[in-house]
Design a protein around this ligand. Structure first.
Ligand code: SF4
Ligand code: SF4
Length: 425
């Protein structure tokens, strides 16, 4: 196995110097203080696997599955080890000797495979699940089969969010026109957080920015990449690049930290593919997180909002993209707003893509600590810049009287002086 990535050893894995500086930053190690639940321990497992010194046992696979892929360890590591890359490869390599159960593969094939083939299929899947909730079938099934359903499955049914879609068409531009961007609406987020996408289009239009939304782009491939389904992730990457190429050189804007991190890493994902490497590089150079895009421009005057707000950094914005100042700079432009520092705002909330559905117990205990920090601080609103984190925070803050919003929902509220998204709470 050869991995031509700087910082990796001859087995393709990072040369960890065992300093341990990452341990204090790892959310799973704090919950489960064993070496195998730490970045250093996991790197040792990956190295053992690659060198053949360790067998791909179920237990080893479970230890790696428990990692959030939040990449806080990358920020903390003085040796700049590409932990996320090593984990992604180890998960992909483990799929051959340790494939998921037949049931998990069936669900994967139907959801991450079939349903993600087109926006229409995805809409059908999300719509069906939403109908199941709206008709009260989830409660009925839970009551009727309470003793038969495994507790994990019962919790899973409660964790599924409600749908806000479909996304309304792009609003008219407020002249004079100041530019054009291509907007990546995301896959499931375009249904579950359609109002946040609407708020994004509204804020851009209010600032004279024209948006094009290439509907052929279904998914950036992040969900597939994190599960080690690299072939499917590459397929989505190629499709996304092709969908955005007709929009020329304009910025590709996303309001999802998770998607942004993946879109910016396409050159690595498609590295070694001569037909796509250069196209991936050109595409990724255009990608901007929405906060990054807005922070770099003059914004038309925002309206006053007398809120005390806390901002919680999404891991894939702070640790994967190194963006922490831009969201705060944008918020500082809202008159009347008081931004209060949230303790441990750089720690994962436990959402982590599909992690909240596959590692329910760990995800919930990490969320409980985040909620405790927020409740103790007592802001009116807690903000994030990632759809998955937003849904997870809303679930955790339900009944606490604190709204959880995407940063762009707050900007839209500031412009229109009324909520565009509900914000839960
Ligand atoms: S990615 Fe996050 S959970 Fe995984 S080892 Fe690093 S800090 Fe820990
Ligand atoms: S901080 Fe980096 S070098 Fe140090 S133990 Fe952690 S992964 Fe290894």
């Amino acid at each position: 196995m050869t991995h031509p990535v700087a910082g990796l050893d001859r087995f393709g894995h990072p040369s960890c110097v065992l300093c341990g500086l990452c341990l204090a930053h790892c959310p799973t190690y704090r919950e489960f203080p064993l070496e195998v639940a730490s970045p250093r321990g996991r790197l040792a497992l990956m190295r053992g696997l690659a060198s053949g010194h360790l067998e791909p046992t179920r237990q080893l696979s479970d230890y790696l599955a428990l990692c959030l892929a939040c990449r806080a360890c990358e920020t903390a590591c003085p040796a700049n080890l590409p932990y996320g890359l090593a984990l992604e490869r180890a998960r992909a390599d483990l799929r051959t000797p340790r494939p998921p159960s037949w049931m998990a593969r069936l669900i994967e094939r139907f959801t991450l495979g079939w349903a993600f083939e087109s926006r229409a299929r995805l809409g059908l899947l999300v719509g069906t699940m939403d109908l199941y909730h709206r008709l009260g079938l989830s409660t009925l099934v839970e009551r009727l089969f309470a003793s038969m359903l495994p507790p994990r499955l019962r919790t899973l049914s409660r964790l599924l969010p409600r749908c806000e879609g479909p996304r309304p068409p792009a609003p008219p531009l407020v002249p004079p026109e100041t530019g054009t961007v291509a907007f990546m609406p995301g896959c499931v987020a375009d249904h579950y957080l359609a109002r946040t996408n609407q708020a994004t289009l509204l804020v851009l239009a209010r600032n004279g920015v024209r948006t094009v939304v290439p509907e052929e782009a279904v998914c950036c491939g992040a969900l597939h990449q994190h599960r080690g389904l690299l072939d499917l992730a590459r397929e989505h990457a190629r499709r996304t690049i092709a969908a955005f190429e007709p929009s020329g050189d304009v910025a590709v804007v996303t309001n999802s930290a998770g998607c942004g991190a993946t879109l910016k890493e396409y050159p690595r994902l498609l590295g070694g593919d001569p037909a796509w490497e250069e196209r991936a590089r050109r595409f990724s150079a255009r990608v901007r997180d929405l906060t990054e895009f807005l922070a770099g421009r003059e914004l038309r005057p925002l309206g006053p909002l007398p809120y005390r707000v806390a901002y919680d950094d999404p891991c894939h914005l702070l640790h994967a993209q190194g963006i922490g100042a831009a969201p705060r700079e944008v918020l500082a432009r809202v008159p009347g707003l008081t931004l209060v520092p949230l303790p441990e705002s750089d720690w994962c909330c436990g959402s982590a893509g599909l992690y909240s559905l596959t590692q329910i117990e760990m995800s919930q205990s990490i969320l409980a600590r985040k909620v405790e920090n927020i409740v103790q601080l007592g802001p009116d609103v807690v903000l994030t810049a990632n759809p998955g984190c937003l849904l997870h925070l809303r679930m955790g803050l339900a009944g606490h009287g604190i709204r959880a919003m995407h940063l762009v929902d707050l900007l839209a509220e500031s412009y229109w002086q009324r909520p565009v998204a509900t914000g839960g709470g």
